[in-house]
Each structure stands twice: as C-alpha cells, then as structure tokens.
Ligand binder design. Structure first.
Ligand code: AMP
Length: 190
C-alpha cells in the first residue's frame, strides 16, 4: 500500500490534486470535508453536528472525525492505498491514523504539503465560493477563520511528520498539471 497525507491550508488545492493523483496511482481518495458534506446533504445526525462547526470554520471534534475516517478506511481495505485529504488536522488525528495504519500492517508513507501564500488562498476560496455552493467559501470572515484554525491547530503536524522523516513540501502555486507533476516526483520517489 502507498498511503499519502495530502496536506495544506484551505484552498491549497488538495481536493483538485487528489482527483488527479487517485487516477494516476489507483488510490482511494478520502476527504473528511466531503464526507461531512455528504452527511449534511443527507441530513444525518453526524451531518447536523458537523454543520454547526463547519459553518463557523471550526474543526469538528476529533472523536467524531476519527470514527468516520476509520469506518471509511475499513470499507476500502482492498485498495492499493489511500490519499488522505483534509485529515489529519490535529495531533490526536495523526496519532490515531498511525495506529489505524499499523493495525493494518501498513503505514503513512508521506505527507505532501502544498505551500501557497495566504492572500492567494483567500482569493481562490472566494472565487470557488461563487460556484461551489459551499457556505464556508462564500464568507471572507469564515475563510479567514479557517486559515487561522489551520495555523493554530493543524500546521504543527508538519513537525509531527518531519520527525518521522515523511515530510515533503511542494510549491502549490502554478497550473494544476505543474503541481501534479511536482507531487508525482515525490510519490515516484517513495
Ligand atoms: P475541507 O473540505 O477539508 O475544507 O473541510 C471543510 C470543513 O469540514 C472544515 O472547515 C472543518 O469544519 C470540517 N473538517 C474537515 N476535515 C476535518 C478534520 N479532519 N477534522 C476536523 N474537522 C474537519
């Protein structure tokens, strides 16, 4: 299995790149944001809970997020590996992911972190908000809060994966295919 954590602030292009990489490497793409949005659309209890956090740009509690992620991984154990997009976002999530992978005699092979300046992120998200239908993309205050939450709660995970010698920073500014090529160089080297 090849398991990749695709990392970066909101608007870095994780979802877009995951779509390309999953085809290229036949990996299962798991986006916790997409899973929450699916639950919101279907008006599940999980969706109702997640929405109250997502609307503010805050993180959904670890316990709920980890449980949902673990269940999704269990469903796709026959795949060649996973691209985790938007997960982990906290140290507890990263530790839990390591434990999950170990329990499957597998591991996270790399964290690929897309690097994009903040002002480009805000611009991209506001632009995406015009068509994505995502409430959390339409409001600049919520966008800025999501970026703040990333720096306050999530960015520390770079250190977590650096310690494990699994951190790869990639320039996230450029055309979609340029960025896919940059990430592919990392994946091919694993
Ligand atoms: P995303 O689609 O990755 O931008 O996620 C959208 C929103 O879903 C985030 O702002 C959080 O409210 C929630 N979310 C997604 N993934 C996670 C996670 N791993 N931990 C906590 N909250 C999450």
């Amino acid at each position: 299995m090849i398991n990749i954590v695709l990392f970066g602030p909101p608007g870095a292009g994780k979802g877009t790149q995951a779509e390309h990489l999953k085809e290229k490497y036949s990996l299962k793409h798991i986006s916790t944001g997409d899973l929450f949005r699916y639950n919101i659309k279907n008006e599940t209890e999980l969706g109702k809970l997640a929405k109250s956090y997502m609307d503010k740009g805050a993180l959904v509690p670890d316990e709920v997020t980890i449980k949902m992620l673990n269940a999704k991984v269990e469903e796709h154990l026959d795949s060649k590996g996973f691209i985790f997009d938007g997960f982990p976002r906290t140290k507890a999530q990263a530790q839990s992911l390591n434990e999950l992978m170990e329990s499957k005699d597998s591991q996270i092979n790399a964290m690929v972190a897309l690097e994009v300046p903040d002002e480009v992120l805000v611009e991209r998200l506001l632009e995406r908000g015009k068509t994505s239908g995502r409430k959390d993309d339409a409001n600049e205050e919520v966008i800025r809060n999501r970026i703040k939450v990333y720096y306050n709660e999530t960015e520390v995970l770079k250190e977590f994966y650096k310690k494990e010698d699994k951190y790869y920073g990639v320039d996230g500014v450029g055309s979609i295919s340029e960025i896919t090529n940059r990430i592919s160089k990392v994946v091919d080297s694993l």
